[in-house]
Structures are given as C-alpha cells and as structure tokens.
Design a protein around this ligand. Sequence first.
Ligand SMILES: Nc1ncnc2c1ncn2[C@@H]1O[C@H](COP(=O)(O)OP(=O)(O)O)[C@@H](O)[C@H]1O
Ligand SMILES: [Mg+2]
Length: 235
Amino acid sequence: MSRKLSTGPEHVIRFESVGLRYGQRPEVLEDITFALKPGSFHFLTGASGAGKSSLLRLMYLGQRPTRGLVTLFGQDVATVPRDKLPALRRRVGVVFQDFHLLDHMSAMDNVALPLRVSGVSEAEIKKHVPELLSWVGLADHLNAKPPVLSGGQKQRVAIARAVIARPDLLLADEPTGNVDDSLATRLIYLFEELNKLGTTVVIATHNEGLLRNFPHSRLHLERGRLIDPPPLKGA
Ligand SMILES: Nc1ncnc2c1ncn2[C@@H]1O[C@H](COP(=O)(O)OP(=O)(O)O)[C@@H](O)[C@H]1O
Ligand SMILES: [Mg+2]
C-alpha cells in the first residue's frame, strides 16, 4: 500500500481525506487517504460494519463521497462529465456481495455481457466464456439461469463476469463468502492470474486463512478509518 500522495494517472485510484456519511448520521468513513499503484494486489479487511463495502462502493462510483477527493485512472470523479462515466466504469470489474446477476439470462449470457458491451465477436465469446466458466467449476451449468443455482455457484458466475473482460481494476466484496476453502483458494488464484496480466485487485475478505496463505498487502479499516493492519491471529 502506498499512502504517499501525488497527482496524475500513475495511480489507478487515489483517495484524499475522503469522508462518507449516509443521511444525517455520523460519518461511516473518515479521512480516508490512500493510493493504489497499477498492477498492485490488496486485501481489504476489518470487522463487520467497519466500512469495507462502503469503501468499495466509492471506488466503483456506486456512491459519491461526502467530502474529499477521489480520482479514478487520474480523473477527479466529481468533475468527470456524465457521458464519460460509463467508459470509466467499464474499466472496473466488480464482484458484488449479492451478485447482481440477471435472473432471466443464462450463466453464459451473464458472463458474456461485458464482452458484448465492448463489441467482442460472438465467436470469441463462444470460446472464452465456457472456458472461464469451466475453470470456476461450472461447465455443467452454462445454460442454467441464476434462480436454479446455489449461492456458491452464483458467486462464481459473478466472479467470471467481473474478470472476463480483463478490467484495469477489479473490486470484489467478500467474493469467497459462499464457497468452501479449496474453492476459495482457487478463486484467489484466478484473481492472481488476472493481476499478473496487469489488473489492480482489491478483495474485501473476512477469511483469515486466505490472508495467511496469500501474503498480499492489506488495507485495514477500523470503525471507518484506515489503520495499520493488526497481525493475523495465530500468525
Ligand atoms: N445504505 C446505507 N445506509 C445507511 N447506513 C449504511 C448503509 N450502508 C452501510 N451503512 C452503515 O455504514 C457502516 C459501514 O457499513 P459497511 O460499509 O457495510 O461495512 P462492512 O462492509 O465493513 O461490513 C455500518 O455502520 C452500516 O450500518
Ligand atoms: Mg460489507
């Protein structure tokens, strides 16, 4: 993690003295300052309620900060023209905690969506989407629609959709919450593969085993503030 500030697109994302409050309540994020280098890999940790999901929401522009500066790919998000926002968002892959899959579409079509939006050919889609879905263990569910899939299966469809177009920034909110440890490890390998291709990765997680097995840098939140991460239990 780099907390040294500078301007310009050498950082994928940069927060400076960012605060967030919901309505009239006290701030749930306070004085958040950090910057992520291209190609870096981070876990986002902290107790339930610490602000992890809120911080990710600010990072994918799902929420505006109440104060402070957020720049994404070198652009101040407060001043980006409205018509430029979709292009900026397309560079960010998001694994939502509650998946956000389209229930009337097959697993294949859900995962193909970001490719179709980017104008990738159907021939390429027919090759790459089943390949990735097979890799995450869903070869037998290509045509299944989300309502018939288990929580863990939906989570893997959501992950495949987030990574398929090789975004510049991948944000995942507890993406291994619904799968067993061996599958969780496999999914982190997938994020690492993407990271090797240049994607900056931020994964919110509670899973101490993963933190021990994958020694990546940590952004740690405690009651809405970024602090130095405490040592892992039993480490
Ligand atoms: N949409 C919302 N409206 C009001 N309060 C919220 C909302 N989302 C989160 N909060 C509050 O913000 C704080 C941080 O929540 P959250 O970002 O979900 O933390 P985490 O993901 O670490 O569990 C909590 O106190 C939570 O109740
Ligand atoms: Mg959360």
